[in-house]
Design a protein around this ligand. Structure first.
Ligand SMILES: NC(=O)c1ccc[n+]([C@@H]2O[C@H](COP(=O)([O-])OP(=O)(O)OC[C@H]3O[C@@H](n4cnc5c(N)ncnc54)[C@H](OP(=O)(O)O)[C@@H]3O)[C@@H](O)[C@H]2O)c1
Length: 373
């Protein structure tokens, strides 16, 4: 994307707020010895404060206004890095989303989950690290089996009412959980959940059935995370060529797994998968024809899905940031290209979705029945 080609904006669901359609994920900010989610801790590509501030500055220059963080990213360091940067900017220009659930220390008894206590404590600590007095979007990082969902929803509602958060959303949940959240908040007359942050990409479409059906019906926007499946949707990996340990996150995870750590490696899942290599070949074809990159095609495919408000990217360098932001504006995939990518990346629907999404139900579309759309 040329420097003058600024990001496009879309509404953050029903909020009336406008966010850039590409959101900058900050999971890789901060190098910490005590990363609670140890999976990324030793990744050589984590950014220190100076590098992270350069990424943030360039993102804003390219028209972005939406940052995604969480207390656990870099064990609080990601939020501190953002806070130190934010205080040099006009707060009202930036939309910040954060999350709550995971502990900063796995030995904790209570600093975990979606209890009233943990949500409020995490909110206060997040505000302190970010050096601000409100979070735009506060999200439950995952469902909590130990806390009644009514307590969680009332707490989010209280935080909205007292102005510490503007909106709340959920992440990493399934369809029945989201529908329960919607129905309960309606029944209890609480502020509604406005967004679902979910893993979503050409290699991860599981949420299209159930969770996204609820999103469509209830007008909840989707914020996809890992749009490039950690780098696997960039076209930079070649068949029969095992990525090396230091060149990429993908290679880093392969090496950790090989050394006996119990981490998952997506490379192993896809390296011998014919469908994956055919998909990459198709993306390369479209990218070449349009003068774009494979990563841009992957992000653009998400941006053209109606339920998506903003795609959360992760970048190890300014070049990757510029590349990914180039998906935001000024071009489109054609309907035919979208359909071909849909087809090349789809896993067959199982029962009952093959019936529900088939001709029986689509022959009875009624635009006056809002539950269908
Ligand atoms: N809610 C949740 O549970 C959850 C979970 C995970 C992430 N997130 C959010 O989503 C954000 C993004 O997730 P993600 O980092 O997994 O996203 P991703 O886009 O799937 O992967 C990003 C990685 O791909 C590689 N890459 C990115 N752009 C590239 C390009 N143009 N060309 C070549 N390689 C490129 C980089 O790794 P290498 O350079 O190492 O190859 C980069 O670190 C996170 O920062 C976080 O904010 C949320």
């Amino acid at each position: 994307m040329s420097a003058q080609n600024k990001a496009d904006y879309s509404f953050l669901g029903r909020t009336g707020l406008k966010v850039s359609n590409v959101c900058l994920g900050t999971n890789m900010f901060g190098i910490s010895e005590v990363e609670p989610l140890a999976v990324f801790n030793s990744n050589p590509k984590r950014q220190n404060e100076v590098e992270a501030h350069k990424l943030l500055d360039r993102y804003i220059e390219l028209g972005g206004n939406f940052l995604d963080t969480a207390d656990v990213y870099g064990a609080g360091i990601s939020q501190k890095i953002i806070g130190n940067w934010l205080k040099t900017k006009r707060r009202s220009d930036i939309i910040i989303s954060s999350k709550v659930w995971f502990p900063m220390d796995w030995n904790t008894k209570n600093n975990i989950g979606l209890s009233r206590r943990h949500i409020i404590n995490t909110c206060d600590e997040t505000l302190e690290r970010l050096q601000t007095n409100y979070i735009d979007l506060f999200q439950a990082h995952i469902w909590d089996n130990a806390t009644p969902i009514e307590d969680t929803l009332r707490t989010f509602d209280d935080l909205v009412r007292c102005g510490k958060i503007r909106y709340y959303g959920f992440s990493n949940i399934c369809g029945w959980q989201l529908q329960k959240i919607v129905d309960l908040s309606r029944h209890l007359n609480l502020h509604p959940c406005i967004s679902l942050q979910q893993q979503y990409s050409l290699l991860s479409r599981e949420s299209e059935v159930e969770a996204f059906m609820v999103c469509e019906n209830e007008r909840i926007c989707v914020l996809p995370w890992s749009p490039l499946k950690g780098g696997l949707l960039t076209g930079k990996f070649k068949r029969n060529n095992i990525p090396d340990a230091t060149g990429s996150r993908v290679g880093h995870m392969i090496a950790r797994k090989a050394s006996g750590e119990s981490v998952s490696s997506d490379w192993e899942k896809f390296c011998d998968d014919e469908q994956y290599w055919n998909l990459i070949a198709l993306m390369e074809k479209f990218a070449k024809a349009k003068g774009k990159t494979v990563a841009q095609v992957a992000i653009r495919w998400l941006l053209q899905k109606d339920i998506v408000a903003s795609v959360i990217i992760g970048c190890s360098s300014i070049q990757q940031l510029e590349d990914n932001m180039g998906a935001s504006s000024g071009w489109k995939l054609s309907e035919e290209e979208m359909q071909e990518l849909d087809k090349a990346s789809r896993t067959p629907y199982s029962y009952p979705y093959n019936m529900l999404l088939g001709t029986f139900s689509t022959s009875r579309m009624n635009r006056f029945n809002s539950s269908q759309k």
